[in-house]
Structures are given as C-alpha cells and as structure tokens.
Design a protein around this ligand. Structure first.
Ligand code: KIV
Length: 272
C-alpha cells in the first residue's frame, strides 16, 4: 500500500505547506455530494474542492455564474458530512464577494458556519485584494485562483489558455506573490503555460495546485465528472480520463430497463 494511503491523519492547510516543502505532490478533486465525497475521501484524496463547477456538472448551466451562495452551502454541507481525512475547500460563488469586502466576509462566514467547510476559494488577484484580506482577517483560510478564472468568462470571452502574453504573465506573477504575502494558504493556477506555472510554484512558498498548468507545480486538481468520464462532452488537452463511467452507467441503466420490460426483474429471490 502506498505511504500516503496509510496516513489517515486529517489534512490541514499546515500539512499542505509541509507537503510542498518535502516535495510531495498534492492531489485535489472536486466533489459536490455525500456519496461521491465519501468514495473520494476513502481513496486518499488530500483536498476536496466543492467547486462552483457544480453549476455546470450538477445544475447543467453553461457557466459557473448562476450558482448561488445557498446552493454552494448545500453542496458543501453534503460533502463535509462524508469526509474524514481530506481538507474541504468551498468556492465562494460569483456575485457574493466581488462587490465589497464586507459582503465577501459575510459570504465566507456563512460557508464556514453553515457547511463546516475548512477553507474557501476566491478567484482573482489585485482587484479583490481587500475582500481576500478581510476574509483572512476573520481567520478563514483562503485558497487563491489565478489564470483562467471561469467566473470572469464574460470578460475573457473564451476559455482559451491565459497569460501567454508577457504583460498578463507578469501581472499573474505579481498577483501570486501578493496572495502569498497577504496570507493565502494555497493557490490554484488554471490553464496557463506550464513554464509560467512552474516559475510561480518556484517563486512562492505556498502550494500551487494546477489545472491545465503542467507538471511543475505542487499538485493537481480536476473536476470529478471530467476525470471519471461522466461528462464526455468536455475534453480539453489537459484532461486525463481515469474511467469511462458514462458508458458503464449507460450500459447498466439500459440493462435494468431491459430486465424490467422483459419481466426478468425482480425474480423470486428479489421479493418478499
Ligand atoms: O469550480 C471548480 O471546479 C474549480 C476547479 C476547476 C479548480 O474551480
């Protein structure tokens, strides 16, 4: 059995820093409900992100923008109940922290109080510095998120790779250092060139978790539905599929329908 599977101690923000220091990669995956969170935690995941990607994969929206704070708290509550070991981080959704820092704090406090998640994630750099600082001041751990920030999709106009140009790359490096300086415990870098992500991971002391940011960072995150092959319509270059659950589920459901229609199910042993 791998060493990391034997280590059943609760993952904390402090332990993630130690993992970076000793060069142990951090595994992070999204979850939105009790049953999947239970399986993912049992498998030995370090960090479970209750991502606002729930808006896409759970609610069927085109973007992450429509999901509400109440809905995020509902998902986070379900996840927290299942998790024993992983650190549970919950996204603060679009529109509930950008307006002003008081609103940001109120949203983060609701997430912590009502869901019992252990940290929040906020998208953006210098533009939302005041909001992040206010949340941090309340003792709430914050994970930053730079690069492709899906809550800003209407500003970007596309889900293409970010920070390819020097000016945007320099701003991203500055933002990453600022997030480290003000006290964020970790940082997600989404869909940026691998060389830039590697440089950021080398230049900041906090763990840098990548998605579409190459292997030179301190850990990786994927959306559970994508990596398990539940959501087959999404296949960016950075995605590795570890299962083909859509085929497995389709076959199982078709089999069940067939058994019901042909009166094969239930049989004599499957009744009272
Ligand atoms: O919401 C989410 O799933 C995320 C990950 C893609 C990092 O923010």
């Amino acid at each position: 059995m791998a060493n990391y599977l034997q280590d059943t101690r609760k993952v904390t923000t402090h332990r993630l820093t130690e993992m970076k220091q000793r060069g142990e990669k951090i595994a992070m995956l999204t979850a939105y409900d009790y049953s999947m969170a239970h399986l993912i935690d049992e498998a030995g995941m370090d960090v479970i992100l209750v991502g606002d990607s729930a808006s896409n994969v759970m609610a069927g929206n085109m973007t992450t923008l429509p999901i509400t704070l109440d809905q995020m708290i509902y998902h986070a509550k379900s996840v927290v109940k299942a998790v024993k070991r992983a650190l549970v981080v919950c996204d603060i959704p679009f529109g509930s922290y950008q307006g002003n820092s008081k609103e940001a704090l109120a949203s983060a406090v609701r997430i912590m109080k009502e869901s019992h998640a252990e940290a929040v994630k906020m998208e953006g750099g210098s533009e939302i510095r005041e909001s992040i600082e206010r949340v941090l001041c309340a003792g709430i751990p914050v994970m930053g998120h730079l690069g492709l920030t899906p809550q800003s999709i209407n500003k970007f106009g596309t889900y293409a790779v970010r920070a390819k140009e020097e000016a945007e790359a320099n701003k991203l490096i500055e933002d990453a250092k600022m997030l480290e300086e003000i006290g964020c415990f970790a940082l997600v870098l989404e869909k940026i060139p691998a060389t830039l992500a590697t440089r950021v991971a080398q230049e900041v002391s906090i763990p840098v978790i990548g998605i579409g940011a190459g292997g030179g960072v301190d850990g990786q995150v994927l959306v559970m539905h994508d990596m398990l092959g539940i959501n087959k319509g999404f296949s960016p270059r950075f995605l590795r599929r570890y299962a083909d659950l859509s085929t497995i589920i389709n076959d199982a459901v078709a089999h069940y329908i067939d058994d019901v229609k042909t009166n094969d199910f239930p049989n004599d042993k499957e009744q009272y």
